[in-house]
Design a binder for this molecule. Structure first.
Ligand SMILES: [Ca+2]
Ligand SMILES: [Ca+2]
Ligand SMILES: [Ca+2]
Length: 407
């Protein structure tokens, strides 16, 4: 299945490692079957202590280990609450968290709402906390959470927050959950965001790349400003349409068919006085108009800031080929009063392919080489496919067993 020509380039030690894999194939197969998508996982919520989050529940809130919404391993963390807001505090174990944030301060988290649940809105805020001198550091803005049944991956951008001195005694990641009614959400697979998985779609280097406000909308202007797309709205809900029926990014259909998330950088230039602004998106192709069923929060309070947001479009009808007659990406922005935002660098985050270490969508020699060159490493690296903090035979097997996938 794998390419023998590539194997000839390995040195003796690596070849020895290769041989061992065959010995261990049977032993490791069962572990391999529950192996994760390629990711560097911070919390998988497998242990009963749930990294501290369960200890702080109460007042009608329940936090518990669950088997619903599992996207990695065998368990998730369930949260049921009567609506309203509450902080859930992490366990403060520095070494379970800080080394990961030193690699990336953008995180992804799988969030699942079970059947028969529906709320008008749900979101969360996130903070980092440590000893005196570092203290409480809360990310500006909120993260939109799913409101209806389904699994959606949310992006948590902590880039604006400092990290503590590496020698602190404790370090905490806290989630503040909020909903407009009684809600139930399951969390799993808190992991590092990887820029290697991005496919560039709209960079606004020279123009608006087909975006316009349509003919019937009032109260919004769209301009190209210094390499970004600026939308100035008088408030309420407005669509930013993408192009004519020929489509403005030829590879957009191919990209959205291989991804899960639309990701973009949003700068709040003028904050809405009512304190909130959010966004939905749609993909429009011959397969239909498919619209996201939850919102990305983009503005909060009177703050102006820049951060990366994402919308998960699983559940949206996608074009059934890589070259349909047209494929358009539309953004719906909503705000309580006048709001001006700059949007830049819209990209599609590639769906994980098992064994695809470099996240180019194909499991091939390049992935095998990365694992072999990092063999034995205990660093936080994509070569550690099963996230057990060592690059070893198990990771190598995952590449070999999936060789050719996606290519
Ligand atoms: Ca898990
Ligand atoms: Ca690859
Ligand atoms: Ca490993």
């Amino acid at each position: 299945m794998y390419n023998m020509h590539a194997l000839k380039r390995f040195n003796a030690k690596e070849a020895q490692a290769m041989k061992r894999t065959y010995w261990w194939t049977g032993v490791l197969l069962s572990a391999f079957l529950v192996a994760s998508a390629p990711a560097q996982i911070i919390y998988s919520f497998e242990t009963t202590d749930l990294h501290g989050y369960a200890d702080d529940a109460g007042d009608g809130w329940q936090v518990f280990r669950a088997t619903t919404g599992v996207t990695h391993g065998e368990y998730s963390m369930g949260i049921q609450w009567p609506g309203g807001f509450r902080w859930l505090f992490g366990n403060g174990v520095r070494d379970e968290l800080l080394p990961y944030l030193q690699v990336s301060k953008k995180l992804l988290l799988d969030t699942t709402v079970p059947q028969n649940r529906s709320v008008p809105w749900a979101n969360m805020v996130v903070s980092l906390n440590g000893p005196a001198g570092y203290d409480w550091n809360q990310a500006p803005g909120q993260v939109g959470l799913p409101r209806q049944a389904g699994t959606r991956t949310v992006l948590i951008d902590l880039e604006s927050l400092p990290l503590p001195n590496p020698n602190v005694d404790w370090f905490q990641l806290n989630f503040g959950f909020n909903a407009g009614a009684s809600h139930e959400i399951y969390l799993d697979n808190l992991r590092l965001y990887r820029s290697a998985c991005e496919m560039r779609a709209f960079t606004f280097d020279n123009d608006l790349q087909g975006f316009n406000i349509g003919t019937n909308q009032v109260g919004i202007t769209l301009t190209w400003v210094d390499g970004k797309m600026r939308a100035a709205s008088t408030g309420g809900f407005k669509w930013l349409f993408n192009g004519g029926e020929d489509g403005s990014v030829p590879n957009l259909a191919a990209m959205v068919r291989r991804g899960d998330l639309v990701v973009m950088d949003v700068t709040i230039v003028q904050a809405p006085p009512a304190g909130w602004g959010n966004m939905i998106m749609s993909i429009n192709s011959p397969a239909g108009w498919g619209q996201s069923d939850y919102t990305a929060e983009i503005a909060q309070g009177n703050n102006t800031f820049t951060r990366t947001i994402a919308l998960d479009y699983r559940g949206v009808a996608l074009p059934d080929s890589d070259s349909p007659a047209y494929c358009l990406l539309n953004l719906g922005i909503n705000s309580g009063g006048p709001m001006t935002i700059d949007i830049d660098n819209i990209r599609i985050y590639r769906r994980a392919v098992e064994g695809d270490v470099n996240c180019d969508g194909c499991v091939d020699d390049a992935d095998l080489l990365i694992v072999l060159f990092e063999f034995g490493s205990t660093a936080i690296t994509p070569a550690d496919i099963n996230s057990d903090r060592v690059v070893d035979d198990a990771d190598l097997l995952t590449v070999l067993f999936n060789f050719g996938t996606g290519c």
